[in-house]
Design a protein around this ligand. Structure first.
Ligand code: ADP
Ligand code: MG
Length: 294
């Protein structure tokens, strides 16, 4: 809507996890390198954790691109609120297994055949599960068993990537998942962006959308934006998108703190040190701090 106005070729702050917009912060770079290394070296289980909106699905989408280019077979389970029957059906569908897809026995048999055939051709196969913190215990148990498929010569036949919110780590600490936990050979976690990264992130998305040396978000505003979004990429996207829309609506090419204030309150953002309107005074002016004895 506002793209033409700002000289952008496409929407810079789309919420979809699009690898084309990847900003390679050191930790995103490291996480992706770990995922690829884990798959290539047939490590077995790999776990990726991070708070909501820190870029986990984006990393998995980058991995998907890599696997497609490398011709590696993979199944991508993105809906984790599923029964074990649905889980096997999804794998069978993704891997195009020729069997009765609603029969666990048939799926397992066909999967085993595929994995062995792939391994004999010198290839590995991958199972990616996003939002894995939502998995039911019995589905996790099935995943653990899939991780057992092994060839003594080649190693693990199926590389399994579990990605989820930090609850996933706690879930994997449960006594009944001890065996699975012991199998995890690689762990990576994503943290919110630092101020410097958050600024680079915004610039990099704008650059990718066709805008060099952006002047839409002045430096002091970027500092406040980082504070209010806490460096969470998804929130940064939502706030920046809203700010561009607000600026477009009043025909200005520079965003302001007032716009950010309004958007923060519309989005009900919470951040450390945030003052409620009452604390700021009804008029919006900050009352002088009250000190006893004044
Ligand atoms: N490193 C990154 N580069 C570019 N965009 C990112 C990056 N990390 C996160 N994002 C963006 O932030 C939003 C949330 O990312 P997402 O991968 O969906 O987070 P999560 O899966 O951890 O909740 C998406 O719009 C995504 O494009
Ligand atoms: Mg996600």
């Amino acid at each position: 809507m506002y793209n033409g106005y700002f000289g952008l070729k496409e929407n810079p702050f789309n919420l979809s996890p699009d690898p084309a917009f990847l900003y390679r912060s050191p930790q995103h770079e490291e996480a992706l390198a770990n995922l690829i290394y884990g798959v290539q070296s047939r490590k077995g289980f790999i776990v990726l954790t991070g708070e909501v909106g820190t870029g986990k699905t984006t990393m998995l989408e980058c991995l998907r691109d890599y696997l497609e280019q490398a011709g590696v077979e993979f199944a991508f389970v993105f809906n984790s609120r599923i029964t074990s029957e649905q889980f096997f059906e999804m794998i069978a569908y993704d891997l195009d297994l020729r069997c009765q897809r609603n029969s666990k026995t048939e799926v397992l048999f066909a999967l085993n055949q595929l994995l062995i055939q792939q391994a004999n051709d010198g290839r590995t196969s991958v199972l990616i599960v996003d939002e894995a913190h939502n998995l039911e215990w019995d589905v996790l148990e099935e995943i653990r068993l899939l991780g057992n498929l092994e060839n003594p010569r080649i190693g693990k036949l199926l590389q399994i990537i579990l990605s989820g919110q930090p609850e996933l780590d706690r879930k994997l600490d449960a006594p009944n998942l001890r065996q699975l936990k012991q199998r995890i050979v690689l762990r990576c976690s994503l943290q919110p962006l630092t101020l410097k990264e958050s600024n680079e992130y915004i610039n990099s998305r704008l650059l990718h959308a066709g805008l060099e040396n952006q002047t839409i978000f002045p430096d002091p505003l970027l500092i406040e934006l980082h504070l209010r979004t806490q460096g969470i990429p998804r929130l940064i996207n939502a706030v920046c998108d809203n700010m561009l829309l607000a600026a477009f609506a009043i025909e200005t090419k520079v965003c302001t703190l007032e716009m950010l204030d309004e958007i923060s309150s519309d989005m009900r953002l919470e951040w450390p040190g945030r003052r409620t309107p009452r604390q700021r005074g009804q008029s919006g002016f900050e009352p002088a701090p009250y000190t006893p004895g004044d």
